[in-house]
Write a protein that binds this ligand. Structure first.
Ligand code: ATP
Ligand code: MG
Length: 431
């Protein structure tokens, strides 16, 4: 491959300072350099430092092979099959990931190439730059001279606030349609503009997202919802059609009716994450589904008592099953989400100056549903929730609230979709 020369930005012309780099990451960089290998800080770490943000993680690339890395870092392990990555462990559960420079992304491999031996994927810095997704994610920072190495015009794009796929956007997006989500994510997070060719490639290739594994799409979607810019993300995603592609229950015809409501709800999610909260998935899903339940299922006119309420809850649950089937929301979470939604009108009705009625406070679902109710209130400009109430411990992030199981009775695979007639009523509905 004929690759261009890079632009090298010397230390006095960029603002990346060693003092902003994680101590452990620096240790890894220096150890590699002292052993005679090349060592670079890469990807999102360089991008965020350049923008004056605190990176989530510091990824390192080197010309050392995984085996050499294992010898160099005793407390490390190799992960990944085709693309082996070395994790170096430090005290306090700290992990620094080190990868060997590659000539291609795992997603850019196709056909006969797929059977290439793993070591045939190693490459030069230039090649590694060109296998990355966006120009702003393709920068290298090296600790020998503290320069930034830019093969793809990423620094210029960072300066001008532009999102651009590396190489031919059409081809790169077809090879890995998730790059659409990555482009929209970084545009939203940084309030950057998507360059025209990249934008066109997004518009024409949305349908290819259906070829990506659900699990990958799901992870990316929750990353966006928790990224602190999900309101802006949703606006952009609606504009290009990504929103309806990912969430077909929000078809293009429905978008105008739900747009503002979703925006208000998502702004609350953003405020919380911006202040360090970690909102659990069930609440996120409920926020995502609320405008749909309101518009399509007429949630607010729905019965709140007796058999009719039960029937409505069942319908909502069934419709939700279909709507978010591809997002792999687990059963316990779906039950919680149903409870949050169907109880919202109950809470609205019961809400008054004199505090909550006793019968409601006594319900097993009261606390959970109250958290959802209050989020929705904030979205409507009525009050503000406390961040502490929406911050989960890290390990509990995925399944925050578990639906308790009856002792000795595990629900079989064919258990009814509706939770039994528990004390709190069905879905916590008053009976
Ligand atoms: P974040 O701050 O969310 O971690 P990030 O850019 O670091 O953002 P990661 O998912 O950690 O995102 O990926 C690390 C790097 O790997 C990216 O910066 C990019 O260079 C590269 N990368 C990630 N996904 C892809 C992809 N699908 N195709 C090509 N390169 C990718
Ligand atoms: Mg990262």
């Amino acid at each position: 491959m004929d690759l261009p020369d890079p632009i090298i930005i010397p230390r006095n012309q960029h603002s990346i300072s060693r003092k902003d780099i994680d101590r452990e990451a620096l240790k890894v960089l220096y150890r590699l350099r002292d052993a005679g290998f090349s060592a670079y800080l890469v990807g999102g770490g360089v991008r965020d430092l350049y923008l004056g943000k605190t990176p989530k993680d510091f990824d390192i690339s080197t010309d050392a092979r995984p085996g050499q890395l294992r010898n160099l870092f005793r407390n490390s392990r190799v992960i990944g099959k085709r693309f082996r990555l070395v994790q170096v462990f430090f005290r306090g559960n700290k992990i620094v990931e080190v990868s060997t420079l590659r000539c291609r992304s795992e997603y850019d491999i196709e056909g006969a190439e797929e059977v290439l031996p793993a070591n045939n994927t190693f490459g030069s810095v230039a090649e590694d730059a060109f296998r990355r997704d966006l120009t702003i994610n393709s920068l290298f920072y090296e600790v020998e001279n503290f320069t930034v190495i830019d093969y793809v015009g990423g620094v210029e794009d960072l300066k001008n606030g532009i999102i651009r796929v590396v190489g031919d956007p059409d081809r790169r997006i077809r090879r890995d349609p998730v790059r659409i989500m990555r482009a929209i994510r970084h545009a939203a997070r940084n309030d950057f503009t998507i360059e025209e060719r990249t934008w066109q490639a997004i518009l024409t290739n949305l349908e290819y997202l259906a070829m990506c594994p659900d699990s990958r799409i799901r992870d990316e979607l929750f990353k966006d919802m928790r990224g602190g810019a999900c309101a802006r993300w949703a606006t952009l995603a609606m504009e290009c059609g990504l929103f309806s592609t990912l969430l077909p229950f929000y078809g293009p015809d429905l978008i105008p009716a739900v747009k503002d409501r979703l925006d208000q709800l998502f702004k609350v999610i953003d405020r919380l994450h911006g202040e360090g909260a970690k909102v659990d998935e069930s609440l996120l899903v409920a926020m995502l589904l609320l405008p749909w339940a309101e518009e399509v299922l007429h949630l607010h006119g729905a019965p709140t008592r007796g058999g009719e309420a039960y029937q409505f809850a069942r319908t909502l649950r069934d419709r939700m099953d279909t709507a978010v089937n591809h997002l792999n929301i687990n059963r316990a979470q779906k039950e919680l989400v149903t409870g949050f939604l169907v109880n919202l009108p109950v809470f609205n009705e019961a809400f008054g100056d004199g505090g909550w009625p006793k019968w409601l406070i006594k319900k097993s679902y009261f606390k959970d549903c109250l958290r959802f109710f209050q989020l929705v209130r904030e979205a409507e400009g009525k009050g503000q929730v406390s961040v502490a109430d929406y911050t989960l411990p890290e390990e509990d992030m995925e399944t925050s609230v578990k639906v308790p199981r009856k002792r000795g009775k595990r629900p079989g695979r064919r258990a009814p979709v509706v939770v039994g007639k528990a004390k709190g009523g069905i879905f916590g509905l008053k009976r």
